[in-house]
Design a protein around this ligand. Structure first.
Ligand code: NAD
Length: 479
């Protein structure tokens, strides 16, 4: 019998059909443990519990909810060693990255605890003396939260924290690839005194659970973090059932490097930024556009720095790049690389299985050149350890190439010229733009994509309002 169960209505229970799946360590390909695996039947039980709990949770004060979220944040900080260890085990990411991610998850709980207190309504003067109009804010109801594995704590934490702070109840379905981190988030909330049914955790078969969420009128919104492909499936379904959606989808971020910067210095930091979490990051800097005057110099420097990255188990001291999450993910990156070779791209370094690693889903980090806008590596979200370099002529050319994608999540530019910085940041068709920095996001900052990268925001006060309905109350006949 599995010890890793579903958490529904305040209790750890077996999945209705008692199914289990193995959880695989991506660094060794060995089974870590068996995981209880639910389906649409578990989803209905979870919605029942969340619907019942909404009646009381939505009537609590934001101050009450804040105390629970802050206690959960403290639990995460106090248990950092254990929870970071388990995240490395299931996701393969380096320990330092796992510790950093858990710290951000704790910060999200704490930040939304406080921001929930600041959801103010409005009193609006009208054109009639006998009338009073105001807008009040109310929690939306039961929310389905489906999240991706690449940030096993951060992805769920930012949506769970905002929804709970807003007074909503939740049916959460994190990725089956990284359930251990989700269990830890759940334990944090349980130890903080979260009442039964307020957040229900399912590790379950995604498609039937997604359908059950769409089809159940009691569930008011699905917050989804994952691929554009699945986002489109949910949009199709929602057009049928009229379910509201918040979508945080894929990316294909351009990095524009102008010729007034020290490209060697930028290449050095880029070799770390691009390969954070092995490139499995929605805002990962992906398409590197270098001014033609500095292209050769950058390509040489980045290949040198990338070849120095240490690949191995996330537990090993000094490792920069761990395994990819699954064999399937690794194979999809190899496939992109082989298509790109067939297109006559030049591999400057990496792109193969590391010689010293005989098990695990590893790829030696790659740099690829001799590409254009039609290349496979320009058109697809790579989600792996590959850094393609392109060149550009001038600002117009850079913007045209950077914007030439269906995605619109994050973009980056490097320049020391103020006018260039302003023009490029205003010309980029992306929801998040970093100028001279690689981390243009944070707990308090709105995070969301344009175009096919999503709909709505997470983080910041915008993230809270995704889970709040506005209601106009107009009182007439006063005199
Ligand atoms: P995915 O779309 O395959 O899966 C995401 C989640 O959806 C998982 O929990 C999965 O089980 C579930 N799912 C799969 N099929 C489903 C279906 N038919 N109905 C309902 N749920 C379903 O994505 P992934 O491979 O886990 O994650 C990688 C993708 O996520 C990348 O494209 C990445 O850019 C994106 N992502 C985006 C953000 C963001 O904030 N924009 C953050 C992290 C990841």
């Amino acid at each position: 019998m599995s010890v890793n169960k579903q958490f529904v209505n305040g209790a750890w229970i077996e999945a209705v059909d008692q199914l289990e799946i193995p959880l695989i360590d991506p660094a060794t390909e060995e089974v870590i443990t068996q995981i209880s695996f639910g389906n649409e039947k578990d989803a209905v039980l979870a919605i029942d519990a969340a619907e019942a709990a909404f009646k009381t949770w939505s009537k609590t004060t934001p101050y009450y909810r804040a105390e629970i979220l802050k206690k959960a944040a403290n639990y995460l900080r106090e248990n950092l060693d254990t929870i970071a260890h388990d995240m490395v085990l299931e996701s393969g990411k380096p320990l330092l990255e796992a510790r950093g991610e858990w710290t951000v998850a704790a910060n999200l709980f704490e930040w939304y605890a406080e921001e929930g207190k600041r959801a103010y309504g409005r009193v609006i003067p009208t054109n009639r003396i006998d009338k009073r109009s105001s807008v009040i804010l109310q929690p939306m109801g039961v929310i389905g939260i489906i999240t991706a594995w690449n940030f096993p704590a951060y992805n769920p934490a930012r949506a769970w924290a905002a929804a709970l702070a807003a007074g909503c109840t939740v049916v959460a379905k994190p990725s089956e690839n990284t359930p251990l981190s989700a269990y830890h988030l759940m334990r944090a909330l349980i130890s903080a005194g979260l009442p039964p049914g307020v957040l229900n955790l399912l590790i379950a078969d995604a498609a039937p659970v997604g359908e059950a969420m769409l089809n159940d009128k009691r569930l008011k919104k699905i917050s989804f973090t994952g691929s554009t492909r699945v986002g489109k499936i949910l949009m199709d379904g929602a057009s049928r059932t009229n379910t509201k959606l918040s979508l945080e989808l894929g990316g294909n971020a351009p990095v524009i490097i102008f010729d007034d910067v020290d490209v060697d210095e930028i290449a050095k930091v880029a070799s770390i930024a691009r390969f954070r979490n092995n490139g499995q990051v929605c805002v990962a800097p992906q398409r590197f556009y270098i001014h033609k005057n500095k292209y050769e110099q950058f390509a040489e420097a980045i290949a040198k720095y990338v070849s120095l990255l240490k690949v191995g188990s996330g537990f090993e001291e000094g490792v920069n790049v761990g395994p990819l999450i699954t064999g399937r993910q690794r194979d999809s990156v190899f496939e992109l690389l082989s298509k790109s070779k067939a297109e006559n791209a030049s591999l400057l370094t990496g792109g193969h299985r590391p010689e010293h690693l005989h098990k695990g889903y590893f790829i030696q980090p790659a740099v690829v050149a001799n590409l254009d806008q039609t290349s496979t590596l320009a058109r697809n979200e790579i989600f792996g350890p590959v850094l393609p370099v392109f060149s550009f002529e001038d600002m117009d050319d850079a913007l045209a190439k950077a914007n030439d994608t269906e995605y619109g999540l994050a973009a980056y530019a490097f320049t020391n010229n103020l006018k260039t910085a302003i023009k490029v940041s205003e010309g980029l068709e992306f929801g998040i733009v970093g100028i001279n920095e690689w981390a243009p996001h944070g707990t308090e900052l709105p995070f969301g994509g344009w175009k096919s990268s999503g709909n709505g925001h997470e983080s910041g006060s915008e993230g809270l309002y995704e889970y709040i309905e506005k209601k106009l109350i107009s009182i007439g006949g006063i005199w």
